[in-house]
Design a protein around this ligand. Structure first.
Ligand code: GDP
Ligand code: MN
Length: 441
């Protein structure tokens, strides 16, 4: 996916863990599986290969037989792109998409995919588990192109993005050959103009007799985008087949969470098995959580403070393990759950609490922290920087608790301490030392 183009709608880019990445984590855009997307597309008259989804190798084999037995493709269903070039962690099978020529071969590949973890360049090193495989009829592709409709901040509305160089390396095209990417902003009031889709279809290199067909597919994709409150419709590849058809071979659909109330049946498709388990848990308590790759857990309130905290941790040479935003009006219970969640992550070596108590009072936060540390006998050292309403009272409560909570007066001091402690704890663990000694700070 063009992460640079859909930044406004994307989550914090986990592989590019830096403070400049866009942090729009209060928005979640629902992502659905390819087989679900293809069904939805069919309903809009969009041409997709025939196919069906299977959860067992036997089902996969049966579907292959029904589809005609030859010229098939099997595709691992995970909520991440780059499957074609992915790798399965335990079976070591290469590729989450395979062209096949018999039901036996489909069954064999399904056995190697189902229940396994697929790692692609979009999943992160932990990969995603495959619970379903999609079996579809295979087409001979004369040309693979890229087509997407997405919400673009700069254009202030939807934009069609297309490239004749579709297929598996579209990110490389965006990077190395941006002039091969064409854009057409859509006027949301008047809709797509035929000359726009014509221009794109010609630039994509469809053969003359297929221009109108391609235009028709684009217009229908826009209808789907509009009617379902999508933030992204991405077809890669959009293909011209050897038999002269225009087909959407793959699909990625994202939906605007703000429109959830209008699309219950779509939002029921949410597959939590594909999401970060920690993020799912956080959402149960209405907390905004983002898992990152470092070792300092961060509990903050507000997106601005999250960014500042991330910057300052990096400034002092540390790396955040996550961001957990309890928001403006969190309860003591939420703070307790937040601390539990952060400390349950084995990567976390120290926790930095950086809260500005306004609507949410500092003493409430202190009580939440103390409750969590007591309840779970949390060993992870906590550095706490509170500012705002009732801060003195909050400090007193923490001091009197007798727990190992390290208070800091300002953010610099707090960040330095949390970075230092994380380093010490990590070293101590490596040396298999008990880390519950009094830290030399
Ligand atoms: P992705 O890697 O997750 O984007 O998965 P895709 O569904 O896009 O499949 C990866 C690649 O497999 C595509 O770019 C195509 O080159 C190829 N592919 C998928 N389906 C077919 C098919 O029916 N016929 C042929 N020839 N190639 C296909
Ligand atoms: Mn694809």
């Amino acid at each position: 996916m063009f992460t640079n183009l859909v930044k406004a709608g994307s989550r914090l880019n986990k592989t590019n863990n830096n403070a400049n990445a866009s942090l729009v984590y209060t928005k979640r855009f629902l992502n659905i599986h390819e087989y679900q997307a293809q069904r939805m597309m069919k309903g809009f008259g969009i041409d997709v290969p025939k196919g069906n989804v299977a959860e067992t190798p036997e089902e996969a084999e049966k579907i292959a037989e029904v589809l005609g037995g030859q010229d098939l493709v099997i595709k691992a269903q995970v909520l991440a792109g780059g499957r074609g070039k992915g790798i399965f962690t335990t079976s070591k099978l290469k590729g989450g998409v395979h062209l096949c020529s018999s039901p036996t071969q489909i069954k064999d590949l399904a056995t190697k995919m189902l229940g396994q973890t697929l790692v692609t360049k979009q999943t992160g090193p932990e990969g995603k588990i495959v619970h379903q495989v999609y079996i579809a009829e295979r087409h001979f592709l004369r040309k693979e192109m890229y087509f997407a409709i997405l919400m673009d901040r700069k254009a202030g509305g939807p934009v069609m993005v297309a490239s004749p160089e579709g297929g598996m390396d579209i990110e490389a095209v965006a990077r190395d050959n941006p002039s091969a990417i064409y854009k057409e902003p859509i006027d949301i009031m008047t809709g797509i103009r035929p000359e726009q889709t014509k221009r794109l279809a010609e630039k994509l290199g469809f053969s003359p007799k297929n221009i109108a067909k391609a235009q028709d597919q684009m217009a229908k994709l826009y209808q789907l985008f509009l009617k379902n409150d999508c933030t992204l419709v991405e077809i890669n590849p959009l293909a011209e087949t050897a038999t002269g058809e225009v087909m959407c071979m793959d699909a990625k659909l994202n939906f605007d969470d703000n429109a959830q109330f209008r699309h219950k049946e779509i939002f029921d498709l949410r597959d939590k098995s594909q999401e970060d388990a920690r993020e799912v848990k956080a959402s149960e308590y209405d907390l905004n959580y983002i898992g990152l790759d470092g070792n300092i857990g961060c509990l903050v309130n507000g997106a601005g403070l999250a960014m500042a905290t991330m910057d300052i941790i990096k400034h002092y040479g540390g790396n955040p393990a996550n961001f957990l935003d309890v928001g403006g009006g969190a309860t003591q219970k939420q703070v307790t759950e937040a601390i539990k969640l952060i400390s349950s992550d084995p990567k976390v070596k120290s926790i930095l609490v950086n809260i500005f108590g306004g609507i949410m009072k500092c003493d409430i936060i202190a009580l939440g922290i103390i409750a969590a540390v007591r309840e779970l006998s949390i060993k992870t050292p906590l550095v706490v920087r509170l500012q705002g309403t009732n801060v003195e009272y909050a400090k007193k409560i923490m001091e009197e608790s007798g727990l190992r909570i390290i208070a800091a007066d300002n953010l610099d001091e707090a960040a330095q301490k949390s970075v230092r402690i994380a380093e010490i704890v990590a070293l101590a663990e490596q040396a298999e030392l008990d880390v519950s000694f009094k830290l030399p700070i």
